[in-house]
Design a protein around this ligand. Structure first.
Ligand code: AMP
Ligand code: GLY
Length: 425
């Protein structure tokens, strides 16, 4: 089997690593891929958001499956386009990817089907939104733009002034373009956060191992929100009781709701959950594997990912038994200094072998470039240094030993990935 994977970050490197372990796979292609991915897949310089370019590439390569990993092409309808041209795919169609593409849609779906989430109101008018915030008089206030915004479209405002500025930046100043032309203002929730990725064929849902992201740039959850500075799996806050509660109250009802709406979701559905004092609630849905959650979840998968991809496509997921390791996994992201704001790229990376790997851990490449046998930084998040262990502590120890052996000028990483999870054990 030949597979084309669309995307070029650490998540795609982890997906390609899992696919490459399958005895059923002959060749993997990636578009655009990256330096580290090129050790496992033939990379083609086509952007993940270039729908026509990817379709042309698929026609040239004629893969058995196209695995669309990032949010933007899914929301833009890449899967629809590929299916119309006769290609088998992994990933939802646009009418299901809207679960991530529009928060107004996903909040309304949850309200209609009684899926637990934060209470909310939606607004297109800045004055009305600000009046609502004044009346609620409850802080922090959570203000979200409707559409995709690179993870930056959520503002937790600590007082009225901050909330007003957030509303104005979205609705009046157009800071997020069309994504911010409608906003959601919702109740602030508290409790540990858990990510649960789930395979679904539109009818059956099979949750994967849970994980915990670390979104802030600096230790002790300080600094700006990023795409994710590290992850651990499984998440110790996610007890068996929460697992059962989420299955009955959130996972199954979401899949059934999408089916009932004529929008069957096929692919990987990301449940961003908060374990509040009043039970588990949905913070957000994403229509795809998380990054860097995938880097700690897929190494624990014992079933062939190609078998799962096929079962999802053929809508036979109910008949497949998916097996997981009982080990733990940790991923520490090494980023370019300054990320998520301004940073410099093109720095030579030391500590990697010719395949971009380390003898001490798996190194998933997020933003690297391979030139004349050397690896250079090419993005904000550069590497996701990942290790498995019998328990979380040993996985973290291994990952940090490897992190200490890899560096580049102005490299930045958090020292406390997994610390909160260790405290919860
Ligand atoms: P989102 O992009 O919707 O996942 O939001 C980004 C982050 O903002 C989440 O991971 C939470 O940490 C935080 N957040 C979002 N919504 C809420 C909420 N209603 N209450 C508290 N924190 C929230
Ligand atoms: N790690 C969060 C995300 O993938 O959206």
């Amino acid at each position: 089997m030949n597979i084309l994977v669309v995307g070029g970050g650490g998540r795609e490197h982890a997906i390609i690593t899992a696919l490459s372990k399958s005895p059923r796979v002959d060749k993997i292609f990636a578009a655009p891929g990256n330096g580290g991915i090129s050790a496992l897949a033939e990379c083609f310089p086509v952007k993940a958001t270039d729908l026509d370019g990817i379709l042309e590439l698929a026609k040239k390569l004629n893969p058995d499956y196209v695995f669309v990993a990032p949010d933007d092409p899914l929301v833009m309808g890449m899967v629809d386009k590929l299916n119309e041209a006769g290609f088998r795919t992994f990933g939802p169609k646009a009418n299901a990817a809207i679960l991530e593409g529009s928060k107004v849609f996903s909040k309304a779906l949850m309200k209609k089907y009684g899926i637990p989430t934060a209470g909310y109101e939606t607004f297109t008018d800045a004055e009305k939104a600000i009046e609502y915030i004044r009346q609620q008089n409850s802080y922090p206030a959570v203000i979200k733009c409707d559409g995709l915004a690179l993870g930056k479209g959520v503002i937790i405002a600590k007082d009225f002034e901050e909330a007003k500025a957030a509303v104005n930046s979205m609705l009046l100043d157009g800071k997020f373009g069309k994504s911010g032309s409608e906003i959601v203002i919702e109740e602030f929730m508290t409790g540990p956060e858990v990510t649960v990725l789930a395979f679904t064929d539109g009818k059956t849902v099979k949750p994967m191992i849970s994980s915990m992201d670390h979104k802030r740039a600096n230790d002790n959850d300080e600094g700006l929100n990023t795409g994710g500075m590290g992850t651990i799996a499984p998440n110790p806050c996610y007890t068996d009781a929460f697992k059962a509660e989420c299955m009955e109250k959130i996972f199954k009802p979401t899949i059934a709701a999408m089916q009932a709406e004529g929008r069957p979701f096929k692919g990987c559905l990301y449940f961003g959950l908060m374990l509040t004092p009043n039970g588990a609630k949905v913070v957000e849905y994403n229509c795809r594997f998380g990054d860097p959650e995938t880097q700690v979840v897929l190494p624990l998968l014992e079933t062939d990912l190609v078998d799962i991809m096929e079962a999802v496509w053929e809508e036979k997921l109910d008949a497949l038994d998916i097996k997981w390791s009982d080990r733990s996994c940790a991923c520490v992201v090494i980023a370019s200094g300054g990320y998520p704001e301004k940073y410099v790229t093109g720095k030579e990376i030391s500590g990697l072998d010719e395949k971009g790997q380390s003898p001490l851990a798996y190194v998933y490449h997020a933003g690297t470039k391979l030139e004349n046998g050397k690896y250079y930084t090419a993005g904000g998040r550069v590497l996701g240094v990942t290790a498995t262990g019998d328990d979380l502590r040993s996985a973290l120890d291994k990952a940090y030993k490897a992190v200490d052996s890899i560096t580049f000028e102005n490299a930045h990483f958090r020292r406390d990935i997994g610390r909160r999870a260790l405290g919860a054990l």
